[in-house]
Design a protein around this ligand. Structure first.
Ligand SMILES: Nc1ncnc2c1ncn2[C@@H]1O[C@H](COP(=O)(O)OP(=O)(O)OP(=O)(O)O)[C@@H](O)[C@H]1O
Ligand SMILES: [Mg+2]
Length: 248
């Protein structure tokens, strides 16, 4: 299974070195469960859909968080399409999505260290790993980071990587400042903006509405929209940067 994934990763990583106009492929990856991959996928899809146009989400997690969300609430999610993929159908679905009118494809994977995650990473322009400022989350983020580095080095690919600090505390307590300083001193490259712990994110899978589609007249929603816009601006910037393939 891993060999198969590596072969596929080989082809895919080499594809990643080719310049292609669109769409941009973003994978939310962490080998740890419950870090916020599905929440960030849906929140960012909402932001992209309202700012940049059509976005396709590929749910590559057997638990199907995003496909259940879409089946229930898709009618109120303009510009968002969710496709459910299995490891076997993933490449075909991705090919189909690539020829759709979506400028962005977001892939949500299961929270486990498995070949499917590597497959998705290998197809990506950008890998985002959400992580709380806790040792277990950051440890798993470092594993994903190494995987991206290995693919880039081995296949001269240019997959970008960013840690997204999730469930941060808005009051920015001392432990948080300290932990952020430790992350910044490490090899983990992070988004400058943090994703705070907010009810607006929890609400996505309850009301069905990502912050950009919810009532922005509500203060908590407006704050989530503002921070997502900041993160999205960073994403667009990262994806527009010229990248250099690393030496093999
Ligand atoms: N920024 C946030 N603020 C508040 N709650 C959050 C935030 N991010 C995630 N959560 C909550 O944390 C829980 C786990 O999030 P989520 O399901 O997105 O994680 P996941 O990484 O996709 O998990 P899995 O690996 O099981 O698929 C959910 O209840 C979600 O509402
Ligand atoms: Mg999930």
């Amino acid at each position: 299974m891993l060999d198969e994934a590596k072969t596929s990763a080989n082809d895919s990583a080499m594809n990643a070195t080719k310049t292609h106009s669109a769409p941009r492929i973003i994978t939310l990856a962490s080998s740890k469960g419950g870090v916020g991959k599905s929440t960030c996928s849906a929140a960012l899809a909402g932001a992209l859909a309202s700012r940049e146009g059509a976005v396709t989400l590929i749910d590559l997690d057997v638990n199907g968080t995003l496909i259940r969300w879409y089946n229930k609430h898709g009618g109120k999610l303009p510009n968002i399409t969710v496709l459910q993929a299995t490891p076997d159908t993933f490449h075909q679905l991705l090919t189909n999505a690539t020829s759709s009118n979506s400028a962005y494809i977001i892939i949500d994977v299961a929270g486990a260290y498995e070949a499917t995650m590597i497959k998705a990473i290998a197809e990506s322009n950008l890998v985002i790993t959400p992580a709380k400022l806790s040792e277990p989350d950051l440890r798993e983020a470092a594993k994903v980071f190494s995987e991206v580095e290995a693919l880039n080095k081995r296949f001269r690919a240019t997959i970008q990587y960013r840690l997204l600090v999730n469930e941060a505390e808005t009051l920015n307590p001392m432990y948080q400042r300290h932990a952020l300083a430790e992350v910044d001193a490490s090899a983990l490259t992070r988004f400058t903006h943090l994703m705070n712990k907010r009810a607006a994110y929890r609400e996505i899978f309850i009301t069905g509405l990502p912050p950009h589609f919810a009532d922005k007249g509500r203060g908590p929603i407006a704050k989530a929209v503002a921070e997502l816009d900041d993160i999205l601006t960073e994403i667009v910037q990262i994806l527009s940067e010229p990248t250099k393939a690393k030496a093999a």
